[in-house]
Design a protein around this ligand. Structure first.
Ligand SMILES: CN[C@](CCCC[B-](O)(O)O)(CCN1CCCCC1)C(=O)O
Ligand SMILES: [Mn+2]
Ligand SMILES: [Mn+2]
Length: 305
């Protein structure tokens, strides 16, 4: 089983420049080299090429809907192809709107997949609830069957339909949830562990309950969508929507170690690394090096050698 990294230099799910340089920055932090000397080498598939569509008017207050939709259609095919060929896939972002295509492509091959969303944010706004209109804060709403009657037809997304059940999703790291998102989380009964839950329960218990919730009835492929802003901004400053009080290094690594130990990781997204937002070169390096560390940990690198 080979591991393929696919670069997705894309930023139109949000308004800040620079996140399209995430894939290169993560590579420059030594992704392939750091992992090659271990027995789970990562093969670099290179970057997907996204074209910006000329006529792409806002949909309500949502910018670039067709460009984002098209990028995700392309990514969906790439992820479906990689997983279909029996590989583990690491998607290097780019903003978190790319999870729409990544998870959809994965589900084409693995319809019974479960999704672990590690993030300061729930990314579950609909166009009607989103305060910003930015699609990187709406990704999960495009995936859930349970939200179908709440979602308008967004131009650029007619190639897909929602496929995920709310019970097949767990959030870890939430600490900045919009009012509309909170209502959706509660109404759909989605399992989530906020930073307060982690403070109360500890990360070991959170992972125990998460994996039991998702895998107890049936073992199935895991899609891990990891937003680097899940970490405390002191560890991952070079990102677009930092929020204080995030995961420690050890908590983040424990999450990926536990997911590796299931043997079920099939696709991992690492998104929202924006190398232009680091105040110093050291801040950028800290963020990109952390991204490599969580990927290595998810692929089996252990702290005990
Ligand atoms: C919490 N929701 C936000 C952020 C989405 C972050 C996307 B991610 O991929 O990085 O997780 C923020 C909305 N707030 C913006 C500032 C004013 C209050 C609302 C949104 O724009 O939907
Ligand atoms: Mn996110
Ligand atoms: Mn986030």
């Amino acid at each position: 089983k080979k591991t393929y990294a696919v670069g997705t230099p894309f930023s139109k799910g949000q308004k800040r420049r620079g996140v399209e340089h995430g894939p290169k920055a993560i590579r420059d932090a030594g992704l392939v080299e750091r992992l090659s000397n271990l027995d789970y080498a990562v093969h670099d598939f290179g970057d997907l090429t996204f074209k910006h569509l000329e006529k792409d008017e806002h949909f309500m207050h949502v910018p670039f809907p067709r460009t984002v939709g098209r990028a995700n259609q392309l990514l969906s095919g790439a992820v479906s192809g990689a997983v279909g060929a029996g590989h583990t896939c690491i998607m290097l972002g780019g903003d978190h709107s790319l999870a729409i295509g990544s998870v959809e492509g994965h589900a084409q091959q693995c319809p019974d997949l479960c999704l672990i969303w590690v993030d300061a944010h729930a990314d579950i706004n609909t166009p009607l609830t989103s305060p910003s209109g930015n699609l990187h804060g709406q990704s999960v709403a495009f995936l859930l069957k349970d939200l179908q009657n709440k979602m308008p037809e967004v131009p650029g997304f007619s190639w897909m339909k929602p496929f995920l059940s709310a019970r097949d999703l767990v959030y870890i790291g939430l600490r900045d949830v919009d009012p509309g998102e909170h209502i959706i989380l509660k109404t759909l009964g989605i399992q989530y562990f906020s930073m307060r839950d982690i403070d109360r329960m500890g990360i070991q218990r959170v992972m125990e309950v998460t994996l039991d919730h998702l895998l107890a009835r049936k073992q199935r492929p895991i899609h891990l969508s990891f937003d680097i802003d899940a970490f405390d901004p002191s560890l991952a400053p070079a990102t677009g929507t930092p929020v204080n009080g995030g995961l420690t290094y050890r908590e983040g690594i424990y999450v990926t170690e536990e997911i590796h130990n299931t043997g079920l990781l099939s696709v991992m997204d690492v998104v929202e690394v924006n190398p232009t937002l680091g105040a110093t070169p050291e801040a950028v390096e800290a963020t990109t090096s952390l991204a490599v560390d969580v990927i290595a940990s998810a692929l089996g690198q252990t702290r005990e050698g």
